[in-house]
Design a binder for this molecule. Sequence first.
Ligand code: AMP
Length: 211
Amino acid sequence: MKLILLGPPGAGKGTIAKALMELDGSVQISTGDILRAAVAAGTELGKQAEAAMKAGDLVTDELIMGIMEQRLQQEDCQQGYLLDGFPRTIPQAQALKALLEKLGEKLNCALELDIPRDVIIDRLTTRRTCTNCGAIYNVKFKPPKVEGLCDNCGGEIVQRDDETEEAIENRLEVYNEQTAPLVEFYRNEGLLVTVPTSELEAVMAAIEDRL
Ligand code: AMP
């Protein structure tokens, strides 16, 4: 399937994408993960993205489209893809539309996870991420078996730089200003599916309904 996952940071897009991947071999493409890997590796891309990411601001549309134009043409996208954290602005959504037209591809839907703000803030401040494989934990609901270490790969589990209270407030503001308008954009495209939860079964039912 070819899907966009829409929703504020902490809505559960990554977790849903990972579960959907198991279903039909679609790949999760997280622009946030790609950028974090570039920062960790100290590449030119990473250097360009680092300051904006740390503050919870968006990196430029040009940088993101440069990444995605290449990524969407890689072999593993043939089976389908789950776009997690992209597009995040109207210009990105327009550029994606043009790119997919050029590639002769169609999206199945844009799935919006519509989650209340207090739930989001609680989730983000208690979230921890594996620095090695990106697995997500939660100090309250899903702690790792051994404190500080990833169950999957033994990597170090940390609180992300952009998951401090201040950066989270900023990320939510950025979401409301720059990304929330995409809901209307995809409604007009006839692609929007909204679910008021990130509970896997309900999300799956909504997707099956649509497909
Ligand atoms: P995420 O893990 O999706 O929350 O992304 C982490 C950070 O990476 C964001 O706060 C942005 O700084 C940057 N980022 C990720 N995806 C995008 C995008 N599509 N457009 C602009 N910035 C992005």
